[in-house]
Ligand binder design. Structure first.
Ligand SMILES: O=C(O)CCC(=O)C(=O)O
Length: 249
């Protein structure tokens, strides 16, 4: 692993890393294929969207209890070490998701993650690219140097338009197997997948271990809030904010 540019992360709110060998990238693909093939019945959480090619899986959450290699990947080794280095203390997995963004899949409105995360203010997340993530298939776009405070939000919990327009958005293309880290206050967004190929990515989120092991509490709270909050018509709610722009099936 190359030396970690922690200063870049503190300065900009994001950092691109390459912690895996080529062989591991093949594993990542095959492990994500496993999760993608699971049926709807199970304690993992699958979400679907309507695309021009028909209904498609758009996200799976809560998969580490059911996949030993992915559990190992996200709770030990280089990913956990980098999370700890960026948080400045040992890290624990807070939550995990795979966004599939299949051909024709929708993007995400400009947002910060922090308002969707309960119990603790500081998290770090990363995007582990499973397929190459490019402008044409909806790579992440980030704003540098704006990870100090919460920004004003609209009714969907996303950053208000006036602020979005004033910011300088940078598309970060990421090769399969590379890992893009971002702070929970880093503004980010992504476009739809306008290509013919899927753009899958895994997103683990970590909190400082000194704040406790909060993963189970996060998923219990997410299910509680989903059950108690009425759905906004015409949207697919995959998060505790309404950032996903997909259409319901
Ligand atoms: O996968 C993407 O394109 C963006 C994901 C994202 O911003 C999110 O899930 O909060």
């Amino acid at each position: 692993m190359n030396e970690l540019d922690v200063d870049h992360f503190h300065r900009t709110g994001w950092l691109l890393t390459s912690p895996f060998f080529a062989e591991r990238v093949k594993d990542l693909r095959s492990w994500v294929d496993d999760v993608q093939s699971w049926p709807d019945e199970g304690d993992w959480l699958h979400y679907r969207e309507r695309t021009e090619y028909g209904p498609r899986l758009c996200r799976t959450e809560n998969f580490v209890p059911f996949h030993s290699q992915l559990r190992q990947l996200l709770t030990a080794g280089p990913i956990l070490e980098i999370a700890g280095a960026l948080l400045g203390e040992p890290a624990l997995l807070y939550k995990e998701k795979i966004n599939y963004k299949m051909a024709g899949g929708a993007g995400y409105a400009p947002h910060q993650d922090a308002p969707a995360y309960r119990f603790v203010d500081t998290h770090v997340s990363c995007m582990i690219a499973i397929d190459d993530s490019l402008v044409e298939n909806g790579c992440l776009e980030v704003v540098s140097g704006h990870h100090e405070k919460l920004l004003p939000v609209n009714g969907r919990g996303c950053i208000v338009d006036e602020v979005v327009q004033q910011m300088s958005w940078e598309a970060v293309e990421v090769k399969a197997g590379d890992v893009l880290w971002f702070h929970s206050l880093t503004p980010h967004r992504s476009g739809p997948n306008n290509s013919a190929c899927d753009r899958r990515a895994m997103y683990p989120t970590f909190n400082a271990a000194s704040e406790g092991n909060l993963r189970q509490a996060y998923y219990e709270q997410k299910l509680r809030e989903f059950n108690e909050t009425p759905r906004t018509a015409g949207t697919v709610q995959v998060s505790l904010i309404n950032d996903f722009e997909g259409r319901p099936v």
